[in-house]
Design a protein around this ligand. Structure first.
Ligand code: NAD
Length: 412
């Protein structure tokens, strides 16, 4: 597996155990966000391709071996995947960096968590117990039995590509489900590697199908398919809302993991030399592209000047730069579109009356990819767009509060 070479990869769809091009031959270019250069030519699945992938998963569920395989044998296959994944963790981390732009140390941590997740679910496969329930008389035996849901459509975003795919793939495989996995268009490459590893580990054909392509076409076709029993989605609140409504039409089960705008509360007795570096680390994690990022810092009015000074001091430890440099804390945004989105929020913050303490609009000097300056706004009011909407970039809003009650009210 090459990860940083200049040659353009080409990738295909995984349908029914075979790697195939999109039926109409469509592809799109996936770029390295740190350089803006093309990284891969990726198959763009149309509705017809999704229908083939769903049909393969349906057949594998209704007629295939996987759901009928004893749990201990399913666990063995997942354990084999764990072994193959663990041999390739370094390559997978480097590939995630090239595709997503996240700092390498972040990607390495994620690959460790991804592996543990597969290990956990290899064990869970044999422990899917039901319950016995006391009935009205000894003539009745009431019990629940855990059964696989069926065909799962797993739709994954670009911020933690393989880790979030593992959260969906590992439990579904452990339970005996079959799947159609759709990675985000901007970050499909580690999912493709996962597909190769699954086949190598002996996962029967059609159990894990992978379709790459744009959300509104490829993703929508999965959600709309009457042959899919469940959707597991992580991504934006807007898309999640649409999925919940659409899935209702075919009574699909749905799991949604959506956006956030989390506060960090710094109280007036805090040791700022510890609190401020920690709040910056939480705000700028994964270059700010995380639903759990602490993007609002609530600071006591009585210590606001000290907080600002502490931020100016601590932010030196969060430079933007080459994601493979171990000193880099903040990588590029994942796409030009995401870069534009973050820039538009920085402009909006200024227009709405917030003040840039550090950072601001434009590229950091000398960085050609989709980099933004780690930015801290002060004088932010909690009703401003930058305090209410998910920016998904390294932008922290400092909001001053009067007392603890005021802080909790603003946080909530
Ligand atoms: P998105 O919700 O559009 O994309 C997430 C996944 O859903 C991708 O695989 C995408 O192709 C797919 N998708 C898009 N439209 C779909 C549809 N109609 N039907 C089925 N699948 C569809 O998110 P985005 O456009 O990539 O990012 C926009 C914003 O969403 C970000 O700026 C951020 O605020 C938020 N976001 C949140 C998370 C999170 O972890 N909660 C992750 C990514 C993005």
């Amino acid at each position: 597996m090459t990860t940083t070479g200049t040659e353009l990869r080409t990738t295909q769809l995984l349908i029914g155990g075979k790697w195939v091009d999109a039926q109409n031959g469509a592809t799109y270019v996936d770029r390295n966000p740190a350089t803006g250069q093309p990284l891969a030519e990726v198959a763009a699945a149309s509705r017809a391709d999704v229908e083939r992938a769903v049909a393969a998963a349906r057949t594998a569920f209704d007629e295939g071996a996987w759901p009928r395989t004893p749990a201990v044998k399913r666990a063995r296959t997942i354990t084999k995947m764990v072994q193959l994944l663990s041999e390739r963790l370094g390559d997978l981390a480097a590939l995630e960096v090239a595709d997503n732009g996240k700092p390498l140390w972040t990607a390495k941590g994620e690959m460790g968590a991804m592996l543990e997740n597969f290990e956990f679910y290899a064990g869970a496969a044999t422990k899917l117990y039901g319950q016995t329930i006391p009935g009205p008389s000894p003539a009745y035996i009431n019990y629940t039995l855990k059964e696989p849901v069926g065909v799962v459509g797993a739709i994954v975003p670009w911020n933690f590509p393989l880790l979030l795919a593992s959260w969906k793939v590992a439990p579904a495989l452990a339970a005996g489900c079959t799947m159609v996995l759709k990675p985000a268009p901007a970050t499909p490459l580690t999912a493709i590697e996962l597909g190769k590893i699954a086949l190598e580990a002996g996962l029967p054909e059609g159990v894990l199908n992978i379709v790459t392509g744009p959300g509104p076409e490829t993703g929508q076709a999965i959600v709309e398919s009457p042959l899919v029993d469940k959707i597991a989605f992580t991504g934006s609140t807007a898309t999640g809302r649409w999925i919940a409504a659409e899935a209702a039409k075919t009574i699909k089960r749905v799991t949604l993991e959506l956006g956030g705008k989390s506060p960090s509360l710094v109280f007036d007795d805090a040791d700022l030399s510890k609190a401020i570096p920690t709040t910056l680390a939480i705000a700028f994690m994964n270059s700010g592209q995380a639903c759990v990022a602490g993007t609002r810092l609530l600071a006591p009015k009585s210590r606001l000047d000290e907080v600002k000074r502490a931020i100016m001091e601590a932010i030196r430890a969060f430079p933007a730069g080459d994601p493979s440099d171990p000193k880099t804390a903040v990588g590029p945004m994942v796409t030009q579109k995401q870069y534009d989105r973050v820039q538009s929020y920085i402009r909006k913050g200024i227009e709405e009356g917030a003040e840039v303490l550090i950072g601001g609009e434009g590229h950091p000097e000398g960085l050609a990819g989709y980099f933004v300056k780690p930015t801290v706004f002060v004088n932010v009011k909690n009703d401003m767009s930058i305090a209410r909407e998910e920016i998904f970039g390294p932008v922290l809003c400092v909001i001053a509060y009067d007392d603890d009650e005021d802080a909790i009210r603003i946080a909530n």
